[in-house]
Write a protein that binds this ligand. Structure first.
Ligand SMILES: [Zn+2]
Length: 278
């Protein structure tokens, strides 16, 4: 994908869509709202009727509303039992297949939990599975960006450093930059200077393409020392979203910004409106 700027959309069908359970109506609503893109949420499973996926591909193309996707929550590439690892691999492949049918070009998912293992061992295991997934998708002729998410809890695989290393080692892998999670996970990365640093580092380590082709998640957030976190609307949170948008603009970042605040399209619209004034 090659976009001229950042695109703004919602994590799932906008709340104000008349038929909330129909993603095709969701894409039409995104268009009405003058938003740019939408993420398909397969949080609780990857089944989708064929007429829905082909309808999505069509409406997304006709209205010029590109799609991204989010895989199921119950994926753990570091599960205790091998059959659970295998079914996690299958779920990622299933998500990729359906996303591809819908015309989505980028998919994100939560890759693993540490389960108290050494992060180095978990990294190796995740990398191994990602290579298997990549190989199988290429045999199926499916081209999709696999984007493990930058996760918000310290019990979850998916720190910034891990995602950067994974991107270097696995061809079709890119980070899904959830900046709200990055803040929740570390307690840092909420100042203009830190946003600038993290973008500079992405570019330095992964090349220009890392900023030209981004998949970002943003929302308000609160977290506590146990790593519990809660997504909030931007105005109820101290997340420095304006600073982040300015930094993204200064670095000429392009790609998708998916808003997962509870109010979805309200914050997505607020972010887009602000961004367009920069
Ligand atoms: Zn997520």
């Amino acid at each position: 994908m090659n976009y001229e700027r950042l695109l703004f959309g919602t994590a799932g069908v906008p709340n104000s869509t008349a038929k909330k359970n129909n993603p095709i109506e969701g894409v039409k609503r995104i268009h009405e709202l003058e938003l740019d893109c939408m993420q398909l949420e397969f949080a609780h499973g990857v089944r989708m009727k064929e007429e829905i996926s082909s309808g999505l591909r069509k409406v997304s193309y006709e209205l010029g509303v590109p799609l991204t996707s989010h895989g199921p929550y119950y994926i753990n590439l570091n599960a205790r039992e091998q059959d659970k690892i295998d079914s996690s691999v299958e779920r990622i492949i299933q998500t990729a297949k359906i996303s591809d049918l819908c015309g989505a070009e980028s998919m994100t998912f939560h890759a693993a939990f540490y389960m108290k293992d050494s992060p180095f061992d978990v990294f190796d295991l995740v990398e191994k599975s990602m290579n298997v997934i990549e190989e199988r998708l290429s045999r199926l002729d499916i081209e999709i960006e696999l984007r493990p998410e930058l996760t918000g809890k310290t019990s979850q695989f998916g720190s910034l450093e891990e995602l950067i290393s994974l991107t270097k080692n696995v061809n079709s892998c890119r980070p899904c930059m959830d900046f709200s999670h990055l803040y929740a996970r570390t307690g840092n990365f909420n100042t203009d200077k830190e946003f600038d640093e993290v973008l500079t580092s992405l570019k330095g380590q992964l090349g220009e393409d890392a900023l030209q082709n981004m998949h970002i998640h943003m929302s308000g957030i609160s977290s506590n020392s146990k790593g519990d976190l809660k997504h909030l609307n931007l105005e109820e949170s101290d997340f420095n979203w304006k600073g982040l948008l300015s930094a993204l603009k200064n670095h000429d970042c392009r790609g998708y910004i998916i808003c997962n605040s509870p109010n979805l399209e309200v914050d997505a619209k607020m972010m887009k409106d602000y961004y367009m004034t920069l």
